[in-house]
Design a protein around this ligand. Structure first.
Ligand SMILES: Cc1ncc(COP(=O)(O)O)c(C=O)c1O
Length: 397
């Protein structure tokens, strides 16, 4: 088949050629005296990415879900109460994991297309004067619905209530793409993965833990083994791992952190906003469709989830885009299955690359009988991009 497959699933994201090349390495002895150089090159970059001085980053050969498990099991005990909210498949799955670990989850069901209910969190925390709630869960960017939530406001709710609960944040589809401030927001566990903003293949779970979270290891009674931070802490400081690390991915991570440093984190965040605004213009102004995110305050800068009109199936659009145009769009998951398609625009992306996703989605919609005006998506996106200042990092200078 000629041409390439354009990947717009919101992770795994596109891997730049530079990163692909950096991972083409021969295997080496991960217990050699030379090996510690690798982790020592990585940790400062990860700390910058998390914007933390006092947090400790960990790298697991896992996906993001493994780091959810690490966050929970290293800090909590069976029956501990946690406050969480369900507004999409990933925020739901984190709740499900907590329940499977025997935690007492106060899970707020909120409308999908909205995000963390800050007022409700604030109210519950204020009333919890006995401090029964041990951890508050915040999914910063709900990948299933393209909804971003305000983590700083969750921190404020905790502070206003003078509540000591831990703050756990899922930043799997936001780290390195949307503003994230580990120290400023007083985050205790921040969970991410390699295959989104870091522009790497899947395979690394990335976690950052606060000193307060790490201090709980001695009292946390949930069962843990593979994800026990104790084993990481016993080996990482000297540059080693408790088990075989994912060596090529770590070389890729070094290259990814170099690319992030070169473009600048603030510029990357601005670029994601600019590209996302173009994608939203395509959907709303161009096609005249609605987003899953109910209001602008929920708009995600990494994923645009576009609702298909009543009577049509988003899965048909996705299948057509893939089969006919070699464009991979993200599917609607669980409650929103068939109701939408998702356009991921995170990581290594520019205007013309994203235009392929807009174009592919538009042609597929037309083929499926959805009456959008041909060319309207690209017209609206390009109008936005041409009229707004281009963040540095895009044009060749
Ligand atoms: C917001 C969010 N949280 C958690 C996960 C789970 O991560 P993984 O698939 O890397 O285990 C994902 C995956 O897409 C996600 O988007």
């Amino acid at each position: 088949m000629a041409g390439r497959n354009f990947v717009f699933v919101p992770g795994p994201s596109n891997v730049p050629d530079r990163i692909i090349r950096s991972m083409a390495v021969q295997m080496e002895d991960h217990r050699s005296p030379k090996f510690p150089k690798l982790i020592k090159e990585i940790i400062p970059g990860l700390k910058k990415l998390y914007r933390t001085e006092h947090g400790t980053p960990f790298i697991f050969p896992s996906s993001g879900t493994g780091c959810w498990e690490a966050a929970i099991t290293n800090t909590l005990s069976p029956g501990d109460k946690v406050l969480a909210s369900n507004f999409g498949q990933f925020s739901y799955l984190w709740i499900d994991m907590c329940q499977r670990f025997g935690l007492d989850v106060q899970g707020l069901d909120v409308e999908w297309g909205t995000g963390i209910p800050i007022e409700q969190y604030a109210d519950i925390l204020r009333k919890d004067t006995g401090h029964q709630i041990k951890a508050v869960l915040a999914c910063q960017n709900e990948t299933a619905t393209g909804v971003a939530s305000d983590v700083a406001a969750v921190r404020k709710a905790l502070d206003d209530a003078k509540h000591p609960a831990l703050l756990f944040v899922d930043c799997v589809s936001s780290l390195g793409s949307i503003e994230f401030r580990f120290d400023d927001w007083g985050v205790d566990m921040a969970v991410s993965g390699s295959q989104k903003g870091l522009m790497l293949p899947p395979g690394l779970g990335i976690l950052c833990a606060s000193p307060k979270a790490l201090a709980l290891q001695s009292t946390a009674k949930l069962p843990r083994c593979y994800f026990d931070l104790k084993d990481m802490l016993a080996t990482n400081p000297s540059g080693y791992f408790p088990y075989t690390p994912a060596i090529p991915l770590m070389y890729g991570l070094i290259e990814s952190l170099k690319m992030i440093e070169e473009e600048g984190l603030d510029n990357i965040i601005a670029r994601h906003h600019y590209l996302a605004a173009g994608a939203r213009a395509a959907a709303i102004e161009g096609w005249g469709l609605k987003l899953c995110a109910k209001e602008p305050k929920w708009y995600s800068d990494t994923i645009t989830a576009v609702m298909v009109p009543e009577g049509f199936n988003g899965a048909d659009v996705i299948a057509q885009a893939y089969k006919r145009y070699n464009v991979s769009l993200g599917a609607g998951l669980s409650k929103v299955a068939g109701k939408l398609f998702r356009l991921g625009h995170l990581g290594d992306m520019n205007e013309v690359h994203l235009s392929a996703g807009i174009m592919g989605a538009e042609m597929a919609m037309l083929d499926c009988g959805i009456k959008v005006k041909p060319g309207s998506g690209l017209a609206a996106a390009s109008e936005y991009w041409r009229k707004n200042p281009q963040p540095s990092g895009l044009a060749i200078r």
